[in-house]
Design a protein around this ligand. Structure first.
Ligand code: WT7
Length: 631
């Protein structure tokens, strides 16, 4: 039988080399946090002043519960800070962006000057097509430099971009185009995935049926041997948009509170929510966290593996890293194609020093075995980051030892599309506790509370909330103000995140999972995430998903779907061991009544397990909309 977590050992910490703190932009966490608490507005004022503004704000914050304004009446443009500032300063010929395609020699490199020129030309092209400040532009592209160029070009002229992840199908795309009332859709003829081209054009053609606001489709043609035809008056080639335009396009002067972009979050139920972020506060939030949480230095090579189409990509592929003048790497590839060594090969080849990825990827690599990363020299790495779901202790350990060679701190960053920026993590130099994301970063006040908003005692689970507004917070849900208000009204006076969490005696916060993923068994609330994390804490388990099944006696029973690591094979004996493992970890109430070994789990493209699909299948029901699922 396995050693279990039951003996409640002393908490385990990893303490990074003190030089991480000494040499960091942040410095000492507690000192900085106290500075923030002493005068929150001055704290943000100082950070905002590090950026370029056409004219400064009258007031740092105006809080009119539940509506906040930040840097009131300040005028700025995020692309001025991401491009002009560097080109006018010392980073003109510094590499801004390296793009790596799937095949060996597919690589494109842009210096800051080159990126700046491309963005301005494309921005002028958009203007030529009649796009003006405030218009919504939908971007539906694979991970290629033009995706980033299109985003920046929109922001340049004050058009509100709505990036839709390139893996979504026509129905999901249509829903988003219609809700945003997009005037232009920017797309490509195809994406490349696992050596195959995936045509996109017909998806977009289908998606704009019943979307009367769309005036033009801009199509980037990648396949040049037999280029897709560009038909009607409506369609125009991406590079054609950039020809016969002025090379210069000064950044539009944006009010701090002007909307900057809309980004739809899938949500587990109901229609997607169009999260609205604004120019000033978002810019300050992502600049601050990129500089102080990732500690980006001039020579860093920074790789965030997210698609720019997600919030992680908006904040930590594009806007944050460019605002600090970093060299960023992006890739169109899949983590296990052509083999499971590709990421580590890229780290070695480009000398990646900061790597930001997701637990789902880490667990996949764990399953593949350490022989893959062990083939490559990963010594350039200095900081590792994780985001998207809880980084369970086993995945932490593996990431820390196998990838980081026990020398790289891990920043497990908790945040959301709605928060725009990092909110909770373990700041560089602080002791890291596996399983716990960490504490509120300076600038943020998070807590774990009960339904009435009262802090729960350490060790008790409760609702994760944010108690004060922050600059990069969403301002509304597009076309749905009610849904926005709900975030602030669920627990009075707080922004309710929707996650369950536990605060340790040491103040570190463990995020358990979404509070809406609860199963009620015999009257007890059981978080699917709790049972799943108990299962993956067993050394045979790579991944697990649990669902509730209606039961006449208990209300619900728990069924678990388990993917084993390749070191173990399914057997009844192992099944019994897992039952027992959950019993001693969580207690008898949480024991699944059924365990099924599977090879894969239904997930969204961002790696979240879609339990409702498992549940529907189990109950012999229609799984509903599955357009957002990964293959
Ligand atoms: C939800 C937000 C923000 C980036 C990507 C996801 C979960 C996010 C962590 C973390 C535990 C995390 C939460 C959150 N989550 N980061 N470090 N530890 N859980 O953005 O799609 O808006 O999802 O992802 O449940 O509420 P998103």
């Amino acid at each position: 039988m396995e050693e279990s977590a039951q003996s409640r050992p002393e908490p385990k910490y990893y303490t990074p080399n003190p030089s991480y703190r000494e040499k960091s932009w942040m410095g000492d966490y507690s000192w900085t946090y106290n500075e923030f608490l002493k005068d929150p507005e001055q704290f943000w004022d100082r950070i905002a002043k590090k950026l370029h503004w056409f004219s400064e704000w009258d007031k740092v914050k105006e809080w009119n519960y539940p509506h906040a304004k930040w840097f009131v009446n300040g005028k700025t443009n995020i692309t001025y800070n991401c491009l002009d500032r560097h080109v006018l300063g010392e980073r003109r010929n510094k590499v801004a962006l390296i793009w790596k395609g799937e095949s060996e020699d597919d690589e494109r490199v842009f210096t800051y000057r080159q990126l700046y020129r491309e963005v301005m030309r494309f921005a002028n092209g958009l203007k030529k097509l009649g796009v003006v400040k405030g218009d919504r532009v939908c971007i539906y592209m694979p991970v290629i430099p033009e995706q980033v160029i299109a985003m920046l070009a929109c922001a340049r002229i004050g058009a509100v971009h709505s990036v839709v992840f390139g893996g979504y199908g026509a129905a999901a795309l249509n829903q988003r185009i219609v809700d945003a009332g997009a005037k232009i859709v920017i797309t490509a003829d195809m994406a490349i995935r696992r050596g195959k081209s995936i045509p996109l054009k017909h998806t977009i053609e289908e998606a704009i049926i019943g979307a009367p606001t769309v005036e033009h489709l801009i199509i980037l043609r990648r396949e040049l041997r037999t280029p897709v035809e560009i038909h009607s008056e409506m369609e125009i080639d991406f590079y054609e948009v950039m020809t016969d335009v002025e090379p210069d396009c000064p950044a539009e002067v944006m009010d701090s509170e002007d909307p900057m972009f809309i980004l739809y979050t899938s949500g587990t139920t109901g229609a997607p929510k169009g999260i609205v972020h604004t120019c000033g506060g978002y810019m300050v939030g992502v600049y601050y966290t990129t500089r102080y949480i990732f500690d980006v230095k001039e020579s860093d090579v920074y790789w965030c593996t997210a698609d720019p189409g997600w919030i992680t990509g908006h904040s930590y592929v594009v806007y944050g890293p460019l605002s600090v003048g970093a060299t960023i790497l992006i890739g169109e590839g899949t983590p296990d194609y052509p083999d499971a060594g590709i990421w580590w090969k890229m780290v070695e080849e480009y000398g990646v020093s900061i790597l930001y990825t997701a637990p789902t990827a880490i667990r996949m690599f764990m399953k593949m075995g350490r022989e893959w990363p062990d083939k490559y020299n990963l010594s350039s790495l200095r900081i590792l980051g994780s985001v998207g779901e809880p980084l369970n202790p086993e995945a932490f350990e593996w990431f820390y030892h196998v990838i980081g060679k026990a020398k790289c701190p891990i920043v497990d960053t908790w945040w959301q599309t709605e928060t725009g920026m990092h909110m909770i993590t373990t700041v560089l130099g602080e002791p890291m506790r596996p399983g716990f994301a960490g504490k509120s970063i300076p600038g943020v006040i998070a807590d774990v509370v009960d339904k009435t908003g009262k802090s729960v005692p350490p060790g008790t689970s409760g609702f994760l909330v944010i108690k004060e507004p922050w600059p990069a917070m969403m301002r509304t849900v597009y076309n749905n103000e009610e849904r926005y208000i709900k975030y602030w009204e669920t627990i009075p006076g707080c922004y309710t995140v929707g996650d369950l969490a536990i605060k340790g005696e040491d103040g570190n916060i463990m995020v358990i999972g979404r509070s809406d993923d609860l199963i009620i068994v015999s009257g007890h609330n059981i978080g699917t995430a709790e049972v799943e994390s108990a299962l993956v804490s067993h050394k045979a388990v790579a991944e697990a998903a649990v669902i509730g099944k209606p039961d006449p006696l208990k209300g619900n029973t728990i069924k678990a779907f388990v993917i084993l690591r390749n070191t173990h094979t399914p057997s009844d004996r192992l099944k019994n061991e897992l039952f027992y493992h959950v019993r001693i970890t969580l207690g008898p109430i949480a024991i699944p009544s059924e365990i099924e070994f599977v090879d894969s789990l239904p997930k969204t493209r961002s790696g979240k397990i879609v339990r409702r699909v498992l549940k529907a299948k189990e109950m012999g029901m229609d799984p509903g909309d599955i357009s957002t699922l990964d293959e």
